[in-house]
Design a protein around this ligand. Structure first.
Ligand code: KG4
Ligand code: ZN
Length: 378
């Protein structure tokens, strides 16, 4: 079964062709980073216009790379939320119209469910039964950590009474951020320090040159649910360390120097960072990663599961990946983190999640619409 996935929830226009929910035949992502970089964040109206410009060529390219014609596609899966409504609508209207014209079924996919399915995509799914096998074992605790979200879910396999196949996934929300998402905190700290946009990759590349013990941010304390997250205090702590100090002067000099450079190699940027700035960057990355890891491991222990899945843009972070690998060795968890290209926004993950919905008959009707806020699970 060939599913065309369409993703346009934020600043990437993406389309992919995935066979049987498991095999990526093509995955095309048109990034808008150069458009938004000069504003230091996504400008919603510019994003919508760019999606409109890119959606047709991106879908065309996905079919071309997969060597399939649009009439070979058996179903369409499109992100319905959460995200920027103006951006989501572009993909939704395109997907709806295409499904209607081709007379094939359409599935609406929650973006977070898409991120979770990126893990399954990479870790072998039995194509005949549509059943997760090998590495990806359920139940699992999953951390979705991106620019818009930081959430922990328990993923379980549900069964439908009428038909034991195919798999239906149930999601239980264990915790979520009460303020900034982790990626948002990375982006805001990078903006403060004039390291460019998006900030996560810049901080990740610069951090190894700094002393991660330079600043002791302490652990983030949570009242109530210990599996919730909060990164705004940490972000403010960085702001207080910078404001009115030599670090602020240095950041402004860097901002002026960076202005004409959209793509600035980390080596060059490092030459414009003092050891004090690099220490702050390394300590900040360390504090975020430590918090993400400790709460995820605590969630897995509380839920008594062996499997942990991690996905979303921040899952590209090299320290996070290394620390999860370490935890896997020392604590015996089976921890799966997809390749970076599947962690950031893409449409293959949407096609994979949509496949299970289409097979299970969870087909969207003509009323399918965009949702800015769209909680996953219960
Ligand atoms: O999943 P994604 O592409 O989009 C959302 O759904 O938000 O994630 C983008 C986020 C951005 O905040 C970006 O700074 C962050 O992922 N990110 C990283 C790294 N690569 C991307 N954060 C930390 N370290 C990285 N290496
Ligand atoms: Zn995302």
């Amino acid at each position: 079964m060939l599913v065309l996935g369409i993703e346009s929830s934020c600043d990437e226009t993406a389309a992919a062709i995935v066979a049987d929910g498991a095999q990526i035949l093509s995955s095309v992502v048109a990034s808008q980073v150069p458009i938004h970089a000069k504003f230091g964040g996504v400008v919603p109206e510019l994003a919508s216009r760019e999606h409109l410009r890119k959606i047709e060529p991106v879908v065309h390219e996905a079919c071309h790379r997969a060597r399939v014609g649009i009439r070979d596609v058996d179903g369409v899966a499109v992100t319905e939320g959460p995200g920027l409504v103006g951006s989501l609508l572009v993909g939704l209207v395109y997907g709806k119209a295409l499904a209607r014209a081709l007379e094939i079924p359409l599935a609406g996919v929650n973006h977070l469910e898409g991120h979770i399915h990126a893990v399954l995509l990479e870790n072998k799914v039995d194509r005949r039964a549509g059943r997760p096998v090998d590495e990806a074992q359920l139940p699992a605790v999953t951390l979705v950590v991106s620019g818009g979200h930081t959430s922990l879910f328990l993923v379980e396999e549900g069964r439908r009474q009428d038909n034991p196949h195919p798999v239906v996934f149930n999601y239980r929300r264990l915790g979520q951020t009460r303020d900034d998402a982790a990626g948002e905190a990375f982006d805001k700290v990078a903006k403060l320090l004039a390291l460019g946009y998006p900030g996560g990759p810049a901080i990740d590349q610069l951090a190894p040159w700094g002393d991660a013990e330079a600043v002791d941010f302490g652990r983030i304390k949570m009242r109530g649910n210990p599996l919730d997250f909060s990164f705004s205090g940490l972000k403010t702590a960085v702001l207080y360390r910078v404001r009115g100090t030599a670090l602020a002067v240095e950041a402004e000099e860097r901002r002026a120097w960076r202005q004409a450079r959209v793509n600035c190699p980390a080596e060059e940027l490092r030459a414009h960072c003092s050891q004090a700035t690099l220490g702050l960057i390394a300590s900040f990355r360390n504090a975020v990663v430590r918090d993400l890891i400790e709460r995820t491991l605590a969630a897995a222990e509380a839920a008594q599961v062996d499997s942990i899945w991690v996905s979303g843009g921040v899952a590209c972070n090299s320290l996070l990946r290394a620390r999860f690998a370490e935890a896997s060795r020392s604590r015996g968890f089976r921890i799966l983190v997809p390749a970076p290209v599947l962690c950031t926004d893409n449409a293959a993950m949407i096609a994979a999640a949509g496949y299970y919905k289409l097979v299970a008959g969870q087909v969207a009707d003509a009323t399918l619409t965009a949702h800015a806020s769209f909680p996953l699970g219960v």
